[in-house]
Design a protein around this ligand. Structure first.
Ligand code: HEM
Ligand code: HEM
Length: 221
């Protein structure tokens, strides 16, 4: 019989939780509409059917929501609690963080049977999140660079001039499209890991991203 956790602690503040679910919503909308933009479909079968136009419009509205949400999370990483801090996302930069990563990696590789107890973020998860944030940045930059092409010479177009210097138009599109599948791969792994840790750690992992609370066996520092 595994030990039952005794301590309840507030980990994810409301802005972190709202941010998480806003991003999930925006990414699902962007992923579905983006998929159709990449593989257009004639819904009504007639030349006057505007469904693809609406899908593009929804993609752009969700894109602005997503960009604001990502920037808000970066700001919150400077002013939120220690679990939300930007420092959490670089566990590999400190020796303590590296030790925690090795322990978690050993568990993932079936070298250790006992799951290391983590309270805030899992250090392997934050390493994946920092790569995900890099991917978010790439999606926002390539997306707005594609978007700005409707008004060459405009402020957005000129601000993103460096993107056109790095990518061709087709390169922007291909990179933006590839991001859809990379984010899709992350989601499969992320939901699997969240369910696994919820079962193994008995810490209320899944409910924590709704309620903000996690449970643990040892008294929190
Ligand atoms: C998670 C984020 C996002 C995903 C998964 C996503 C996905 C996609 C996909 C798969 C395409 C089709 C690419 C192709 O094969 O031609 C696309 C097109 C596009 N996306 Fe995104 N996108 C995201 C974020 C954004 C953002 C932040 C913007 C910023 C405005 C944006 C603007 C555009 C534009 C302008 C197009 C081309 C539309 C067209 O040519 O009709 N996207 N997106
Ligand atoms: C588009 C889909 C999703 C993406 C991109 C995503 C991304 C993320 C990110 C970036 C974090 C870190 C939160 C932060 O510090 O800001 C996080 C945390 C978390 N997510 Fe998701 N998530 C997605 C869907 C889900 C779903 C469907 C679930 C539930 C089944 C879930 C459960 C969790 C949990 C439990 C945490 C906190 C645990 C931890 O980070 O150690 N996520 N997610």
């Amino acid at each position: 019989m595994p030990k039952q956790p005794k301590y309840k602690h507030y980990i994810w503040e409301l802005p972190v939780r709202i941010n998480h679910w806003t991003n999930v919503f925006a990414i699902v909308v962007l992923g579905v509409t983006g998929f159709f933009i990449g593989s257009p479909y004639s819904f009504g079968g007639s030349a006057s059917d505007f469904t693809m136009g609406w899908l593009r419009f929804i993609h752009f509205v969700a894109a602005y929501l997503f960009a604001v949400s990502v920037v808000s999370r970066v700001i919150w990483s400077l002013i939120g609690n220690k679990y939300a801090s930007w420092r959490e996302f670089f566990p590999f930069a400190t020796s303590n963080g590296r030790k925690k990563m090795v322990k978690m990696l050993r568990y993932y590789m079936f070298l250790d049977r006992k799951v290391p107890e983590t309270f805030g973020h899992n250090p392997m998860a934050t390493t994946a999140y920092i790569m995900l944030f890099g991917l978010y940045t790439l999606m926002i930059l390539t997306g707005f660079a594609l978007y700005a092409q409707h008004a060459p010479g405009g402020l957005m177009y000129r601000s993103l001039g460096f993107m056109y210097a790095i990518f061709s138009s087709q390169g922007l599109r291909l990179t933006h499209h590839l991001g859809l599948w990379l984010i899709g791969g992350f989601i499969i792994n992320h939901v699997y890991s969240a369910v696994l840790m919820d079962i193994k750690e008995h810490d209320g992992e899944i409910s924590s991203i709704f309620s903000g609370y996690k449970y643990r066996i040892k008294k929190p520092e």
